[in-house]
Design a protein around this ligand. Structure first.
Ligand SMILES: [Zn+2]
Length: 127
């Protein structure tokens, strides 16, 4: 387990998260595909927002369950509370400042968010 630091583009939103960066997960749902988010799931006790609470905005759509958090100054998406389990976080690995993504060999998982009900069913069965 390693503590990573992440931020939005303007630096107002800052977070840290403890994780084992072995994989990134790409979701093909309507918002993740457009944003290009690389997700990594972290439980709430391993995620800490260090700054930027006042500029963070939350976007919801469809069922309104998932919370897509982004900086209202620079527009960068830093983290999500996913629809499959809103008590958990997924961080946007692209926002990590102490990681050279190009230098890492990471397992690339995919989540079929376009077919969310089926994808979650399969994901829960695998757990
Ligand atoms: Zn920002």
């Amino acid at each position: 387990m390693h503590t990573y630091h992440g931020s939005c583009h303007c630096g107002r939103v800052r977070f840290e998260a403890e994780l084992e960066l072995t994989y990134v997960s790409e979701c093909n749902c309507s918002i993740c595909r457009k944003k290009g988010i690389l997700h990594h799931r972290v439980p709430p006790e391993r995620f800490r927002l260090l700054g930027g609470q006042e500029v963070l905005r939350t976007y919801r759509f469809n069922t309104g369950t998932a919370q897509h958090h982004f900086c209202s100054v620079c527009g960068i998406h830093t983290h999500t509370n996913p629809r499959a389990d809103p008590s958990q976080f997924t961080i946007n690995v692209r926002c990590l400042d102490d990681v050279d993504l190009d230098a890492l060999t990471l397992e690339r998982r995919t989540f079929d968010g376009r077919n969310w009900e089926q994808a979650v069913k399969e994901w829960r069965e695998r757990k």
